[in-house]
Design a protein around this ligand. Structure first.
Ligand code: FES
Length: 103
């Protein structure tokens, strides 16, 4: 069974930055882009498992710190010609709080 769980307030995720949430089976990286929109990806690059939370956010993607793959924040997809997808946990923002659906 899954349920929405409040993780933090919106301000606790820096603009163009991230925050890691410990979770099973994979940690989750919460990101905010330059406009303040919030995204969630598993903190594991689809290439070789690099920590996406430590990557650089620009536009609507994050660049993996390991080998530079660009991963879409909205869809988790690696930018061509690379192929792969980081999992996308469900995330929502409500009343200034950030929630993840965890199971
Ligand atoms: S592990 Fe992310 S680009 Fe290689």
């Amino acid at each position: 069974m899954t349920e929405w769980k409040k993780i933090c307030s919106l301000e606790e995720i820096p603009l163009l930055g991230s925050r890691v949430v410990k979770a099973q089976p994979l940690d989750i990286a919460l990101f905010r882009d330059g406009s303040g929109e919030v995204f969630a990806l598993h903190d594991r690059c689809p290439h070789r498992g690099g920590p996406l939370s430590q990557g650089i956010v620009a536009g609507r993607h994050v660049t993996c710190p390991m080998h530079g793959w660009k991963i879409g924040l909205a869809d988790g997809e690696a930018q061509a010609p690379d192929k792969g997808c980081a999992g996308r946990p469900e995330v929502k923002v409500e009343d200034g709080g950030v929630y993840l659906r965890l199971g």
